[in-house]
Write a protein that binds this ligand. Sequence first.
Ligand code: KG4
Ligand code: ZN
Length: 356
Amino acid sequence: MNRDITVLGLESSCDDTAAAVVRGRKIMSSVVADQTALHAAYGGVVPEIAARAHAEKLDLCVERALIEAETSLSEIDAIAVTAGPGLIGGVLSGVMMAKGLSAATGKPLVGVNHLAGHALTPRLTDGLDYPYLILLVSGGHCQFLRVDGPMAFTRLGSTIDDAPGEAFDKTARLLGLPQPGGPSVERSALTGNEKRFAFPRPLLDRPGCDLSFSGLKTALLRQRDQLVSEHGGLHPQDISDMCAGFQAAVRDVLVEKSKRALRDSDGITGFALAGGVAANTQLRAALETISSDHGVVFVAPPLALCTDNAAMIAFAGAEKYGEDGADDLTLSARPRWPLDKKAPAALGSGKNGAKA
Ligand code: KG4
Ligand code: ZN
């Protein structure tokens, strides 16, 4: 790949409208307009509201990204856009915008898989060499991928039901904590005792790297209802203890499955973490420890590049462009788009659709 090409990236597949300019591995600008406030009243992302907000905000984000990068469309070498998977209205908004820009400027158009954006981020941030293992953990996805190239992904295991971020969000909802659930559960867990409640560690008794989180959520619901019926309500300490117990269960499951995935990955240069749940401090620390035990480098990109952003799309677009060239204006928006075409369809698409 030509390291010096400058790519404008667009991302609009869930509830973040984002645009960024990336040159080689240098992030010239990265603008993210999040829609949290628009969806707050509904307890989750409302696809129609998201799509409309993307359509309204995309051009402003692009304008801002170009200004902050001190560049202009004429200096851009290619336009990369998330073409799936995700909420289709949002993906369409981005793809239409990118096609318009490409048609107007004559610049090459590159359709990027959102998951590839996350999966290639360790190369953008840390220059990690192929092949490496990555654990993608977000609001809509949880999978182990072996990454052998910009378009060569092998799935070693994935969730058979909920994604961990979705489970964090549901836990927050059950305990009356604000959305998104991950940060609020993590905050509450800081003052909790993870050993007070014995939450299950699903699927650890089965071989392989597949994961499950729905039983954990059910256990938490039962525990909450039991406390409410015994004491007539929840004490703040109960909430913190449940958050700590839940977070510890997710961590333990991800740690054990990561050990297995590492054992199954010959010749890798490192182990990386990506997706919104990668923001979790405890999880990062635990995975760092097992990576060093296994003798491989651990890469956890900065938080702003773990959650949805367009710099990862611009970078993945540059890598894909180098390997496979541009797409034409028939590029379509795809609600589902598995990275590993050989792997069977993963169950459970998450509340946000098939996302990462
Ligand atoms: O990748 P992302 O920004 O969006 C997609 O799902 O594509 O991930 C968002 C998810 C949410 O479910 C959120 O609750 C979770 O990441 N999350 C966290 C933390 N920060 C965000 N989960 C656990 N701990 C966190 N600190
Ligand atoms: Zn994502």
